[in-house]
Structures are given as structure tokens and as C-alpha cells.
Design a protein around this ligand. Sequence first.
Ligand code: BES
Ligand code: ZN
Length: 942
Amino acid sequence: MALLGLLVLSLFHVSLVGSHPSSQHASSPPQPAGEQSPEGSDNLSFPWSRLRLPRYIIPLHYDLHLHPNLTSLSFTGTVQIQIDVQNNTNWVVLHSKGLKISKATILDQNLTHLSDKVLPVLHHPSHEQIGIFSPRVLSSGRKYFLCIEFGAELAEGFYGFYKSTYRTSTGETRTLASTHFEPTSARMAFPCFDEPSFKANFTVRIKRNPELISLSNMPIVKTVEVGDGLLEDQFDVSVKMSTYLVAFVLCDFKSVTATTSSGVQVSIYASPEKWQQTSYALEVAVKMLDFYDEYFNIHYPLPKQDLIAIPDFESGAMENWGLTTYRETCLLYDPLTSSMSDKLWITMVIGHELAHQWFGNLVTMEWWNDIWLNEGFARYMEYISVEATYPDLKVEEYLLHTCFAAVGSDSLNSSRPISSPAENPTQINQMFDTASYDKGACVLHMLRHFLTDDVFQRGIVRYLRKYSYKNALNQDLWDSLANTCSEEDFISGKHCYSSSQASKNAYLFAGEHLDLTAMMNTWILQKGIPLVTVTRKGAHLLLRQDRFLRTVLPSDPLWSSLQKGFLWHIPLTYKTDASNTIHRHLMTTQTDSIHIGEEVSWVKVNTDMTGYYVVHYEDGGWDKMTKLLRQNHTALSYKDRTQLIHNAFQLVTAGHLSLDKGLDLIGYLQLETHNVPLLQGLGSLQAFYHMIEKRNEIDVTRKLRMHILRFFRAVIDQQTWSDGGSVSERRLRSELLSLACHLDDPPCLERARQSFKHWLQSNGTLNLPTDVAETVFSVGAQEDHGWASLLHTYNISSSAAQKGKILFALTCSRDTNKLHRLLELGLEGKVIRSQDLSSLIFMVARNPQGHRLAWNFVKKNWDTLVQRFQLGSSCISSIIIGTTGHFSSPEELAEVQLFFESIKEQASQLRATQVALDNVQKNVRWFQRNLETLRNWLNQQM
Ligand code: BES
Ligand code: ZN
């Protein structure tokens, strides 16, 4: 050992030159990382000090052999990685996390070992890297094979190669093993160059017992017997792809299969008894693949696409190429228990993951700072694809909510630019947030509208073609959309052709040369959302843009510093009563004015909310809108009406508009027949109600409740307790009845109790109308017997959709002991799976009897929660934001601050803590500003 150490050390010195970082990291020499060396390499120190790997060793192909054992809950494997060495070096540095490396060797192109000794392997656990030392220099320009033997336990959580279990109807527990790698967990399953720009081909082989099946990205080419009664599945070599998209599953699932028009085999896999719930997903997946093939004008490149429902799954779904994985509620549609919104959700999730097969898999962002290029597009494509394949679902009605969600977080100071730096796994994980998804999608919607559908589509097709099997930067997207050709493109004549239409449309908008990059940079590289204030001055409309902040007023001393340097290129649109046309104006300065003519009586800016900005109508402008809605609300589209309601209440929170003006604006809603604005108005009132019912404001709470019920009486009474009608009608019914019962509306409660009684009498076998089942269960859960029966059904139900509804109902109990029991069950993770813990906490916190309980639970079990879900995960974010979101007193604010102080080291790494503090601050101000106004307004209504 000592001898090897010495030998190695001397070689280490001579060859140091080779381990210098090259290309983008070329500026400084490698620093000793200060980690302990593993046995046998005492005198070597880790050769690389950065989080990102050196660029001079490029993986080309992985030959991955795995042998998972579902009895011992562990796996072993070997990986042979063909690497292209571009600098002389003695070191190969790559990722590995929690793997026990038993052997590492390096072979040359002729498969000759470079050394007759086993190579020293150094570990750098905090960087999740290993360094393999080759006594012989690896020469620049040559290719080698790196061979590593490794093993580990199947992971306990939801990342890497992890175990999952399910129970059969006979009570038997079965185990499976599945993977989730994005963003940085491939390194938990095999040593690899785990960064999105190291694309390579993968050949996977998996050993298994004959009673199991194995799945991976590609189809099986052959299965061979390998002794000990084992079989080995050999999968076809993959296309070039990033490590985070590799996947494999070992299970005993059953499947259904169909074929797309272009011959791709699509299969849906689920545990054997859930097999009947797979047919809807199959239909959707086939239609979607056909749609995307045509829309992107690029064929899905793999011969198959498997979609599999994994019983333990932390997020919603994952787009592994050719083997997308889903939470059961995101894939399985049970005609007897799934509601219309469950169906819509499944359709959108499949639309999302299949969009990733192009946006993300075929073309991948260069680095995680631009994950919006994956997620923003996939979210936006949900709308385009579902609209095209299932027009009856009216998915378009939901797009505004994606934008509203973005506005919600982007109008707090804790927001971030869509494109933001992220280096370590905690930072990278937090990039999967509203900014990447919802703001990304909403900004794309604005861009598409700006460029026209056709130009947008052609631009993204150009982008997808040009960067296929490669990585892209934001600039590449803007260039493809604006159709600017690089020198090289011009010469080759490839991917770049002049589309005069594109320029025509864009210029038509701008009226001059348009710099798409400059425009888009203001949306992607700058955080926040603009507030456009419009004032009528004779024949002109005066415009001003500021950064919209819900927590800070212009009178606040902080205001001006928070505004500094913010400017957007806003593609404004507006409509007036004078014509049916949509007018356009590109606003690139802080103030501006447009000529609209004297005769115009009203102007509505941001037509159908195709732009990402909030509008404030100053100087009696809101009164005009209120009057218009009362007199002739259909003069505006349902989207315009919805957006006016949303804007008004945003401005109320921000202190630009008084609450009674907002409440007056929605006074017209008794005339409203469209469900989207109706639900928007109702939602605004409901949001106040949820906050106020958690304060000791009994009188205001009661009066607000009575007001809501009285105001919406007619439309509530029109609802039937059935599943009939159009999608929009079903959605309205479900929301209205849920609210009415939550507000203790006697007829609603009566009807729900009756249905629940029937359900109990049937021993839980009766199928309630799916859209109202959750409400019926919630009312039934108020009685001890009802609650217990629901928990029992929860435990035995084989429908994830039904379990979701029951769990929600259980969290509506007013009995804190029961709520506490639920939280404990969630923590235990048996009856209530760990995957559902974060939403369970969220739902308990929604309940006025549960919100303190949930908060105390989180404080008490913080370490366990972080261990289970990882610090930067969306689960941790939603736990923090969900349990503090309804706090609204200065004392509660101080309490939240105190807790974050006590977990300072973790809290400082989390954006969610900032968001939570901003939220509570916003609520505190809301109460200070609006409680009395609300009290008076309600008194006037009585
Ligand atoms: N790529 C993500 C999965 C993911 C989420 C990986 C978070 C790493 C961290 C996937 O495409 C996705 O966006 N899933 C969503 C569901 C979907 C319907 C939006 C999710 O899991 O929330
Ligand atoms: Zn996604």
C-alpha cells in the first residue's frame, strides 16, 4: 500500500500539468480539496476544487450493467464509460454519491489495461465527486475506457435508484425499484458525468428474477440466462442524452399497449390491480405523441414510450426519455372515482412530460440556470397540446391561472429572474419553481402572441432542429425565433432560411427594427413584473411603467431603491369601445403616450392578458371599468373580465386601490354567466375569508360568510349534485359546492350529509358523483364515525384519485386530535405515504383548527422533513410557504423569523424562507390597511 502511495505521488507531481482545468475553467490551477483520502491513496489529495467537472474529459458512451436485489434492497453494478480526453491528465474526475466503489481501472482503445494495479479512487463527498488516478498519463486526443465497479443500498427517499412498495388486495406487500435522477441524482445510481451538457449514448443491462420485468429508456433487444436462475435484459443503445434522463425500473407491473401513427409503441404500466385504470392515459399518450410529431415537425426518435405509475413518487412526473414516470394520481384515471379535474390534470401532466421529449430531452439547456428552457416550454406546451387534442377540456380557461401564479410570486421582493445562477444541488433544486414553470410559460405566451402563432411555431421548430442532441442557451432561442442566421448557417444553408413573414410580423408590431434579444432579456434576466399605470388625458392615454410590488407602497422609504434600474420592453395591447381591433404598442421607456382619439369612452389594456404585466387605471379609471361591467359586461371578453378582477385585487393588496373599489368592481358578478370570471371573483373573496377565519375576528368572518352566500345564492342553488354537463359546468359546480359547504351553508350541508349517509350505508361501495365526492366526504368527516370510516376506506382503496379526495376530507375535521393523528400517520409513512406528507401538511394548515398545529409540527420535525425530502426540494418549499401563508399578525411574523433564525444555516440557503417572510409581511399590511374598510363595507351590505 505504502509503495503504491509513493509511486503514485511521484507520478502525481510530474503529471500535474495534465490536470489543469481547461476551456471555460482554465483560469486557475486545481486546488487541493482538503478531503480525507481513502485507504491506499494517503498521499494524494483530491485534484479538483470546483463543483462543476473539468471540460477536458468528455464521456461518449456508457455501458451500464446493474444487478438490483429486491430482497436485500441493494444493487451492484459496473459501468464502462468511453471517454474522450482533450488534455493530458492523470485524473478522471466524475460524480458519485453514496456509492461504494470497489474497483476502478482504465483501458486504452484496444482494451488494454493502462496499469496492472487497481487504481486509487479519491472521494470528495461534499462535491459528490470521485477522482480516479491513472499512473500513466491519459493523452490528449485519445479515447479510453473507464471501468468502475460499485454498489449501494436502494435509496430510502425519492431520488437516485430507490425502492417503492405497494400492497395487493390480499394484503401482501410487494417491492419495486425505480429511478428519479433530475437534477443531480444519477450519481446516486452509477458513477457518471452528471451535468446536462455531457450528453452520451447509454447501453443498459439489468439482471433480474424471471418473475419481474425491467424497463429502461430503450426497448429490450435480448434477454439471456445468466445462471443462478437469473435473466439479463439487454436494452438497445440510447440516443445521445444527458444523464438526468436515464431511467430504469424493476417491478412486476402489467401494461397496455398501442401504436402511434408513426409506429411508436406506447405502453402504460401500473401495478397489476390498477391495470384497469390505464386506458385513458394510453389514449392521451398516443394522441399527444402524434400531435407533437406534427407540431414540432420532428419525429419522436425512439421506438417506444413507456409511461409508468410509481406508487412512491415525490413530485408529479418525470420525463426520462422513453420511460416517463408518474405519481399514480398523475397517470391513472379511474372512471368510477376520478373527477373532471382529475382527468384534466392527467391530460396536462402527460402533455407536459411528452413535450419534454423534445423540449429538454432532444434540446437541453446548457446548464440548470436556464431550466426554464425545459420547464417553461413544457408548461406552455401543456396548453397548446391539450387544446389541440382535447378541445372539450377547455384547457385555455386555465392559462390565466398559470400567469396569476407567476404574478403572485413575482410581485414579492423575494422573487428571482427566470434565468438565475445555480451551482450546488440545493440551489439547482430550487430552480424548479414558479419562475421557471409559470412565469416561463406566461412569458412564452406573450412572445407567441407578439410574433403570431405561426412565426412562433416555426421559430421553435428551427430551434429544436438546430440544437437536436445538443444543448442550448437563451440566445439560441431568440436567434431561432428572430430567424437571424449565423455566418456558418448561411454557408451551410442548413436550419436557417429567411422567413420574411417572421420579420414582417415582428416589425409590424414595433414599427421599426426590433431587437428580440433586448426585449426578451428584460423578461428573462430581470426579476419582477411591471405595473403599467394608464391615465386618460383627452385624446391621449398616458403610460408609466414601474416595478409592481405587493409589499411596498410608493410612500414607503424603500420604494425608490426597489425601483432602481427596472425597465421592460412591454408589448402592450389594448381595446377601446370605438372599434373591434386589438391595438398594439411596444413600450420601451418608463413613460409614454398613445393617441387614442377623443371619442373613445373606455380603454381596456392588456387584451386577454396576453402580456405579462399588471394594469392600473388611475384617476377614476377603475370607476369606469366598474360601470362598464355593470352596464354591459360582455363588451369585454371573459378573459378580460377575469383579468380585471385579478388586477384589481392585486392592486388592493399593493395599496394602489382601496378594498371597497375592488369589492364594487365584482358587484356585477350576479350577472356573470361565465365560470372563469365568476370563480375568479369568488376566489378573491375566499382568499380573504381563509385569512380572516384564522384570526379572532368572529363578527367580520360571520358577515363575510353571509355576504358570500347571499351574493352567490342564485348560482349555488342552480347546481345539481351530479356529474352531468360540460367541463366548465362541472368545474363550477365542484368549486361552488365545496365553498358553500365550507361556509356552512345549511342546504349544502344537508344535501352532503344525505349523500354521505348513503355512502356509509353502502359500506363505502357506493360511487358518489366524482365532482362532488370530495365535498360530501368533507362534510361526512365532521362526525367521528364518518371520519373513522373514511380513514378505513382510505387505507383499503385501490384508487389514488379516491384516496386524494378522502385525505382532503380527513384534513377538514375540526377536531385537532384527529388532525394531529393525520400528521403523525404522514410522518410514519405507512397508512399515509411519505410522498403525500407535504400536501397533507399544506391541507392541515389550510384548516383554521389546524394551521397552528401544522406549523408546530413542522418546527418540531424539521430535521426529519429535511432529511426525507432534501433541503432544496419543492416539498420543503411548499411546507414552509404552506404553513406560514395564512399568518397575518406581527406576532406571527416574529415567530416565523425566530424559527428561521434557529435554522439559520439551512434557512439562508432557501428562497422559500424569504418568500414566506414576504408573504406574512404582505398579510400583516393587508390587515392594517383593509380590515376596517372590509368591516364597514360588510356593514353597509347588511
Ligand atoms: N422535470 C420535472 C420533474 C422534476 C421536478 C425534476 C422537480 C426535478 C425537480 C417534470 O417534468 C415536471 O415538471 N413535473 C411536474 C409535474 C408536471 C405536470 C408539471 C412536477 O413534478 O411537479
Ligand atoms: Zn417538467
